[in-house]
Write a protein that binds this ligand. Sequence first.
Ligand SMILES: [Zn+2]
Length: 579
Amino acid sequence: MVATNTAAATYPRTFVPKDLALSTFADVEPLYRELLDRPIDSPAALERWLLDFSELSSVVDEVGNRRYIDKSCHTDDAAIEKAYLQFVEEIDPKIKPLYFKLQKKFLDSPHREKLIDPRYTMLARLWRPDVELFRDENVPLQTELTKLANEYDKTCAAMTVNFRGDELTLQQLGRFLEEPDRPTREEAYRLSVGRRMRDCDAIESIFDQMLPIRARIAHNAGQDDFRAYMWKAYKRFDYTPEDCLRFADAIAETVVPLVNELDARRKATMGLAKLRPWDGDVDPKNRPPLRPFKQEQIDLLVDRTKNVFARMSPQLADEFESLRTNGNLDLSSRKGKQPGGYQATLEERREPFIFMNAVGLHGDVETMLHEGGHAFHTIAARGEPLQFLRAAPIEFCEVASMSMEALGADHMDVVYADPADAVRAKRAQFEGVVRILPWIATIDSFQHWLYTHPSHTREQRAAEWMRLRLRFGPSAEHYDFSGFEDWRRRDWQRQLHLFQIPFYYVEYGIAQLGALQLWMKSRENPRQALANYRAALALGGTRPLPELFSAAGIRFDFTEKTLRPLMSAVGEELASLPD
Ligand SMILES: [Zn+2]
């Protein structure tokens, strides 16, 4: 597998040889060495040097992403897997230390201060934490953590159950929680919890091993605790741990009551005295799940999503169509394909690629809108010459994607011929937004506690988790969890972020508030809201978070002041929609 330059004519190579095909580290090593050794004697030379570094980095990045995409599309192809592993194990680890030295070379350059374009100030701000936090002695500790995270993955992947004669993964079993037949749902739920309980202690002990390693990494890097370390590592320049805890308070005040109303309504519609844990995912009127298209009609999914975008703006529809004409879509679920969905950027071409596993469910439409938003971001920001500044901070990347879900929800009649189905789809979107926020607050608050109480016991951990579960719901007024008390005390174990990407979660909440603000703006003036959206996307990562938000015409604020009006608007919208 090689990287050729044929289709990249829009952004021709000027530093990397045109015919360079990256197959081993030796192919690119001289280019990294040249950048390291090149004398830089003026601000202009520093700018040129950055452009060359960016070009090289884009070429390498695209090769890595291509191999990753190929692997996710063909997990059962040994040659493809080998190419991917060769990149991950042989090429990338050799590039990393050189990349780090190049970052340092930029930061240390006496000519940097003379570059007046504020983009360079942004770049220095972005790179400084990488250089400040890096410690050689942390490299093997990171590897240990990766191994433990893999152990967690493997333990979870091995959790299968025999359900009515079929061997199912817990994800497959999860589909039965949408079944109209209540005893079927109960059976599936009980089986799933029973299976998880069997590995509860094993997972707890993986986690027990991770915490001290994380504390040591933070300590080695001169940080007070792992929270302070991750704050820097994630480059959270524009908000503090206290802001996140206040966000959680605001969610308890304004979102939890709304969820309680939704649960009360669900309970009444279903005609139950209490909801049980297997009653939350089914249609409350017992209708079968929405089926927007048949699995083999993938083009229909693309056409309809495109038509939803066309309702918002013809330009979005054209950009979405470009993914199809450029061959940058792999959408249908098939054997040998990795689960899930994502948007990846092909950095040399500066083109988006969308991967997903569509099977004909409403969730596929939501995923398509979401990943479409990420794709618009990639396209809008492609004019930025430096790769390092093309991608926005993740909190804003998710505004780009979640906004398309929120705005798209108003156009579900494009997807569903039956108006009742279109309403159901819209309800699903807004209920989903409301229900995820308390869970975000639970997970985020839990992580703050974990890393600021370093020597806690398992028992204290369970107690704190339970305290948060009771605070953020669901409420015992509507839900009866009896019989599942043991699992409830430890069901944080199913949140893989805690194991794989610690502290990463509040981003979804921050972005969701941005998306909802855009949705509200768009109800007043759709044209203006969309123009702002596009203008902000075009900035890529050249501005700090608050400026990206304000370019989109929304506020970077997640206090009650912003949250309350959003929740009352969403609450009214939901109250106006039939079940
Ligand atoms: Zn996303």
